[in-house]
Structure formats: structure tokens, C-alpha cells
Design a protein around this ligand. Structure first.
Ligand SMILES: Cc1cc2nc3c(=O)[nH]c(=O)nc-3n(C[C@H](O)[C@H](O)[C@H](O)COP(=O)(O)OP(=O)(O)OC[C@H]3O[C@@H](n4cnc5c(N)ncnc54)[C@H](O)[C@@H]3O)c2cc1C
Ligand code: HEM
Length: 389
């Protein structure tokens, strides 16, 4: 795609999004047009279109912004296309989405900005996105959804639960990837979760879920999951994972359940003979939030290439937390815990410019940590994280 076409799309889109509350208004207008003009697609979407309203629009914006980087964009879109099979989406639905989005942007941009050339640029950009997703979905031979039966539910903190499921058939995801999940009490509300273990040939899978205050799905998982529940899982997504070039040392930074995709990678690396040096910083608000130190300690003791430094924002536990009885476990594999904001702590630890860096956690944690590391001289191209929607 030529750079003029990309520039035309970008300029019109930025003009809309830059307005006060622009992307929220655009998302609302897009859905209004989509559901009015194509009522047959309404049933794909959740009844309540509040918190997640802009995920689809954000994803399209993310793709449009990367039209000049096909090496990264096309694999991302192919994964999304394979994943969208879970909705039962067909080729004609893409036309409905593309037309509605274009109409919504056009209304906001105004007739003066919307020339024939702009119109064609949008058609071209949206066609690349839709064709890539449709093509990948059509070629895929794995199931559109897996069914997972809950076989264990373990509450490790009062708002963090580990759930293990048995899939109806094994899923070949790569370590570091995530999957879209739907639980029985929240129909049509798919949310991403990252498997905390490598893919298992017998089809067992494990997720670590934190209950987000006011969150529809996470609080239902933490509060109501029972053995025997049946979840649905979509196709694997995401590009985190151990780089092919094993000479490059790695720096991993994970907060809260952001640890899951990093832990899965470390477990897979522990099965290999040769690994690059890895320094993992694992973060939480308070010391009691570091829920998986036992596993990390065992991994670090057994694998000399791994260094693990726990980091917490506060030095003490909250008043309501009561320490478990008995002697505190010794963890000789771990470095001493450091107190501070995780991005600052990592940046202060030394020069990381040569490392392959991965950050996983809440969107705000990922953004602030990335900012700190870039300010400390790490090139943006060396820093990887999942899309933040
Ligand atoms: C690539 C990826 C992988 C993920 N992996 C995991 C995982 O392994 N384990 C896990 O527990 N979660 C994970 N998440 C987050 C998860 O997908 C949900 O977004 C989260 O559980 C909230 O969903 P909800 O339905 O409870 O909240 P919603 O009802 O969707 O949102 C309620 C409110 O919470 C806010 N909110 C949403 N997500 C977060 C968040 N992460 N932190 C703080 N506030 C938030 C929203 O802005 C909104 O205001 C992952 C997200 C991504 C993008
Ligand atoms: C045009 C390219 C498209 C892109 C880039 C895209 C991307 C995304 C992304 C990233 C999400 C959020 C995560 C997820 O649940 O998978 C999403 C959600 C969704 N998409 Fe798409 N999508 C596209 C087209 C479509 C089409 C054609 C349909 C069918 C009508 C569709 C239906 C949905 C539904 C139902 C959701 C869930 C929305 C919600 O939870 O509120 N998408 N899309």
C-alpha cells in the first residue's frame, strides 16, 4: 500500500480521534450505523455494550495505523481472523463492519475533508484488513472454539484465582500467547486470558485471573467459578514468546497476572538445553500480591540462566492481610525484594539496551513501564507487549 494512501487514512482518522471524546463518539456512531443498517449482526454482540464498546473500533484503528508495517500487521490480522471464527462471522459481515466504520468516520470528518481520494483510500485500507482476516479464517483447520471443563479452582489471593481446565481437544498455542474466553454466566462477553503454562498434549490449560473492581467477567470468574463449568476458548493470539535468536539476553517485566505469559515461557525454556540469560522482574502493589514466588523460586534454583527480582510498590502488606501461620518459606533462588515503581526500579538496575524486552500487565502498567525504559535508552524496537485492547 503506498504511503499517500496510508497518510490519507491516518489524517482523516486522527482528525476524528483527536476531538474531545472523539474515539468514544466514533465507536457509538459506528455501532448505531452497524446495528441499524445490518440488524442481522446485532446478535453477535453482547446485550450491554458499555465498557468494551470500543474494542473492535480500537483494533481497526490499530490495524489502520500499521498499514505500512505489513510484516507485523498481516500475522496479527490473520490471528484475529482465525479467532473471529468463534463468533460465526462470515465474509459478508466484514463488508457490513467496513461500510459502517467508513460512514461513521465520514460523518465526523465532514464533507470538506472527505474527497473521492480519501474515500478510495479507506476502501483500500479496510479491504486489506478484511481480506487478510477472511483468508486466514477460511484456511484454518483447527476448531473455531474449544470447550474447556473446569477441573480445579484455587483462590490464591482474595481477588485472584487460578483456574485449570481440561480442553475437549489439545490446543497448539505458543508460550506467551493469549486466548479469548467466554464463561457460562457471561454469554457473548469474550475476554482475553493468557495461559500460565505451556501447551499440553493432553489438553490441560491454566489461567490466573484477577478480579477487576466492577468488571463483568473477571469478578464472575473469581467469585463464581465451579468445578465442572464449561468455558469456551477461541484461537490463540499474540506474538510474545522466546525470540529465535537465542544469543540475545532477555528482560521480562510482569505485574499481577501479567506474570502468566512470562511464566509459561520460562517453563518452556526450562525444558531446553540452551537458553539466553533472562532477568525477570515480578511486580505487585504489596508483598502479598506476589502470589507465585514458589514457582519462580523453583525455576530460578534449577536454571542458572534465570534471575528473578520481586518488586512491590509498598513495603508493607495492607492492614487486612494476615500472614499464613508457620515459618516463612526460604526462597534462595530469588533476589532480595525491592520497593518502588516497577519501571523506575528496572531502569535503575543498569543498562538493558541490548536486551529483548517483554512487558506484561495492565494497560497503564505497560505504558508507564515502556515509557520509563525508553527514557533510560532502550530502543522501542526492542520492547514487546501485547496490544492494549
Ligand atoms: C492480551 C491480554 C491478556 C490478558 N490476560 C489476562 C490474564 O491472564 N488474567 C487476567 O486476569 N486478565 C487478563 N487480561 C485482562 C482481561 O482480558 C480483562 O480485560 C479483565 O479481566 C477485565 O475484564 P472484566 O470483564 O472483568 O472488566 P470489564 O467489565 O471489561 O471492565 C470493567 C472496568 O475495569 C477496567 N479494566 C479492564 N481491564 C482492566 C485491567 N486489566 N486492569 C485494570 N482495570 C481494568 C475497564 O476499563 C472498566 O472500567 C488480559 C488482557 C489482554 C488484553
Ligand atoms: C474489520 C476487521 C475487524 C477487526 C480488526 C476486529 C477486531 C476485533 C477485536 C480485537 C475485538 C476484541 C477482542 C475479541 O473479542 O476478539 C473484536 C471484538 C468483536 N468483534 Fe471484531 N473485528 C473485525 C471485524 C468484525 C466483524 C466483521 C464482526 C462481525 C460482525 C466482528 C464481531 C465482533 C464482536 C461480536 C466482538 C465482541 C465485541 C464486544 O465484546 O463488545 N468483528 N473485534
Amino acid at each position: 500500500m503506498d504511503s499517500r494512501t496510508v497518510a490519507l487514512i491516518r489524517t482523516t482518522f486522527k482528525a476524528v480521534a483527536a476531538e474531545e471524546g472523539g474515539s468514544e463518539k466514533l465507536a457509538r456512531s459506528f455501532y448505531a450505523i452497524l446495528f441499524t443498517d445490518y440488524p442481522q449482526v446485532r446478535d453477535f454482540f453482547p446485550a450491554a455494550m458499555d465498557a468494551q464498546r470500543d474494542r473492535l473500533v480500537k483494533a481497526i484503528a490499530y490495524a489502520l495505523d500499521r498499514l505500512e508495517e505489513p510484516n507485523k500487521l498481516l500475522p496479527f490480522l490473520a490471528q484475529l481472523g482465525r479467532d473471529h471464527r468463534k463468533y460465526g462471522v462470515q465474509a459478508e459481515h466484514y463488508l457490513a463492519v467496513a461500510t459502517s466504520l467508513k460512514t461513521a468516520v465520514q460523518i465526523f470528518a465532514g464533507t470538506e475533508m472527505w474527497t473521492d481520494e480519501v474515500d478510495q483510500a479507506w476502501d483500500e485500507g479496510l479491504k486489506i484488513i478484511a481480506d487478510t482476516m477472511i483468508g486466514a479464517a477460511e484456511k484454518e483447520t483447527t476448531p473455531p472454539v474449544w470447550t474447556g471443563t473446569v477441573i480445579e479452582r484455587r483462590e490464591v489471593l482474595r481477588n485472584l484465582t487460578i483456574v485449570r481446565l481440561q480442553l475437549d481437544q489439545p490446543m497448539q498455542y505458543s508460550v506467551g500467547q493469549y486466548v479469548s474466553v467466554q464463561i457460562p454466566s457471561r454469554p457473548r462477553m469474550w475476554r482475553y486470558l493468557s495461559p500460565a503454562v505451556p501447551a499440553d498434549t493432553d489438553g490441560e490449560i491454566e489461567f490466573h485471573v484477577r478480579g477487576v473492581l466492577g468488571g463483568w467477567v473477571s469478578s464472575a470468574i473469581v467469585g463464581q467459578t465451579a468445578v465442572g463449568d464449561q468455558w469456551l476458548l477461541g484461537s490463540p493470539l499474540g506474538g510474545l514468546g522466546v525470540p529465535r535468536n537465542l544469543k540475545r539476553k532477555m528482560l521480562m517485566i510482569g505485574c499481577g497476572t501479567g506474570l502468566a505469559p512470562l511464566r509459561a515461557q520460562l517453563m518452556a525454556m526450562a525444558q531446553r538445553r540452551v537458553n539466553p540469560k533472562v532477568h525477570l522482574f515480578v511486580g505487585g502493589h504489596n508483598p502479598c500480591d506476589l502470589y507465585d514466588l514458589e514457582t519462580l523460586n523453583d525455576l530460578a534454583v534449577a536454571n542458572r540462566w534465570l534471575t528473578v527480582t520481586p518488586v512491590t510498590e509498598h513495603d508493607e502488606n495492607p492492614w487486612w492481610y494476615t500472614e499464613p501461620d508457620g515459618p516463612q518459606p526460604l526462597r534462595p533462588g530469588l533476589e532480595p525484594r525491592v520497593t518502588g515503581q516497577i519501571g523506575k526500579v528496572v531502569a535503575s538496575f543498569g543498562a538493558w539496551a541490548d536486551r529483548d524486552v517483554q512487558i506484561a500487565g495492565s494497560p497503564s502498567m505497560v505504558q508507564t513501564t515502556k515509557f520509563r525504559l525508553m527514557a533510560a535508552g532502550i530502543p522501542a524496537k526492542n520492547i514487546r507487549h501485547d496490544p492494549l485492547f
